[in-house]
Design a protein around this ligand. Sequence first.
Ligand code: PMP
Length: 275
Amino acid sequence: DKVYLNGSIVNSADAKVSVFDRGFIFGDGLYEVMVQINGRFFYEKEHLERLQSGLQKINIEFDVSLLKNEILTLLKVASLTDKDCMLYIQITRGVAPRQHSFPGDIKPTVMMYAVPKVLPEINTVNAHVITRNDFRWSRCDIKMTSLLGNVMLNEEAMQLECYETILNRDGVFTEASHSNLFFVKNGVVYTHPANEYILNGITRIVVIELCHSLGIEIKETPISLAELNTIDEAFLTGTSTQIAAIQQIDDYKLYTGNEKGPVTQRLQEAFLKLR
Ligand code: PMP
């Protein structure tokens, strides 16, 4: 397996980073994930723009547009040109003696790898999810590599053989451990506004646009825990998740068997046409 590291493409076993890299010491870095489908990266511009704006938020100076050619070279060396695959990009602040504040004059560490990945046309998962308190920090808009909160919350779902953990903060649903969260109530789609309590997922943005173009009313208004028993449908969105129907939330069953809600299904079919 090939890895891009600071301008070179090497075998993964030879891709080595200093233990003083601030990504390793502090989780001081960002990442991005996108998928290539039918020979092009799905919403590549939006993914790279999110990475660039994240870097600006945390004061890492790096021009993401420099990666465009490097990505093509990496895909070629990895024999993935035009193949369905997943690309992971990580940029950390770089290597410096350990100190909390940002060191001056430091070069970011840039790492990328691609692996084959074929996404189903429609995600047929009918997810059982659990609800937990969103104990993460208050800058969830930053797609940082320090994912301990997300990892711990996701692990609880795995232990219970569930698909995801959906999170609530101060009585309202925010998002899930590695996906965004939508509800449908009386034909209206609801999702948490894109503020500092959620990651503004690219798939989330695409689904909101789809609602507009399909004439489905969409409100960026959070749903509260207390409203849970009044909702008709719920679904998750994410780059690899695409759109996944939620069948059961804790003990609350929305659907059984292979059933899923009509709005979820309509959005899944429209989403497929964007490929
Ligand atoms: N929220 C969180 C916490 C995530 O980690 C992700 C990415 N897996 C998402 C939402 C979905 O974002 P995207 O649609 O850009 O993949």
